[in-house]
Design a protein around this ligand. Structure first.
Ligand SMILES: NC(=O)c1ccc[n+]([C@@H]2O[C@H](COP(=O)([O-])OP(=O)(O)OC[C@H]3O[C@@H](n4cnc5c(N)ncnc54)[C@H](O)[C@@H]3O)[C@@H](O)[C@H]2O)c1
Length: 265
């Protein structure tokens, strides 16, 4: 990644400051490492796995990057405010907010309990709403400009029977981003969704651990394989940079082509 000028690598995010929620695992780990490798100082948020977050930070520091680890439950707006405040305390400002944390219950309409519904909406939608709001307030306070990136899913548009609360949450994130992007355009703040297809992370561990199911899924994806987290993080790093200043209030799908038609599924 990166931009080259007369053979020299220019870091896309030099002097930028970012927060990545759920930065200790899967796509969030890859995004944290990717943003730091482009020069950003990164707050790596974790919920329960401090050791994994410290490992992400070690990875960044070994490559010469900068970051910090902060615990927060992103379904709590007070926790998100603390993430923003402690990031500004540590690094002086906030330029990039990546609302990545997510979870799913894999339950159908008929089976989903109120507790499961509230949990998924809290972690996948409420977190993105208040993450967008609190990041935007900070960005405006420091003079405007910035990038807010919500990690959504192809399932913001594409029904997934048996995972309905997740689809409701990601569908909500779809309209959050469209509306917030319009509201914040005049402040120079972009708000976009990244909508991955299938990515090899712990969230899908059960399906991907079965070699037959994994091979079937790989074969169904037009590009030929389930994505590696870094393949998603590369897009996020670009969207976090000023190269991406004209895109807002929309979703960048990155799904190996599967939304346009699977191969033989
Ligand atoms: N893996 C896929 O196939 C796929 C596809 C499309 C979208 N996504 C989205 O990508 C994002 C990252 O998921 P992943 O695939 O890396 O899975 P993952 O399970 O590896 O990561 C999820 C992260 O969210 C964090 N999290 C969960 N609840 C939290 C809470 N209350 N507070 C703070 N953090 C919390 C977890 O600690 C973890 O770091 C999610 O929003 C997910 O919906 C994943």
């Amino acid at each position: 990644m990166g931009i080259f000028l007369k053979g020299e690598r220019i870091m896309m995010l030099a002097n930028k400051v970012a927060i990545v929620t759920g930065g200790d695992s899967g796509i969030g780990h890859a995004i944290s490492v990717g943003l730091a490798s482009e020069g950003a100082a990164v707050t790596i948020n974790y919920h329960r796995d401090q050791a994994a977050a410290e490992e992400t930070l070690r990875h960044i520091q070994q490559a010469g990057g900068k970051g910090q680890v902060l615990q927060a439950d992103v379904s709590s707006p007070a926790d998100i405010q603390r993430l923003v405040d402690q990031t500004v305390q540590a690094f002086g400002r906030l330029d990039v907010m990546v609302n990545n944390a997510g979870m799913e219950t894999r339950t159908s309409l008929l089976d989903t309990t109120e507790r499961q519904f509230d949990l998924v909406i809290g972690v996948d939608l409420k977190s993105a709403f208040f993450g967008t709001q609190m990041a935007a307030r900070q960005m405006i306070k420091q003079g405007g400009g910035g990038h807010i990136i919500n990690i959504s899913s192809v399932h913001e548009d594409w029904p997934m029977p048996g995972n309905i609360a997740y689809c409701c949450a990601k569908g909500g994130v779809r309209m959050l981003t469209r509306t917030a992007g319009v509201e914040l355009g005049p402040q120079g703040i972009t708000v976009v969704n990244v909508g991955p297809g299938a990515v090899d992370t712990p969230i899908d561990a059960k399906t991907l651990a079965d070699p037959a199911q994994k091979a079937k899924l790989d074969a169904a994806i037009p590009i030929g394989h389930v994505a590696e987290p870094a393949e998603i993080a590369n897009l996020v790093a670009w969207l976090a940079s000023d190269q991406a200043r004209y895109g807002t209030a929309t979703t960048y799908f990155i799904d190996g082509g599967i939304m346009q038609g699977s191969v033989g599924l």
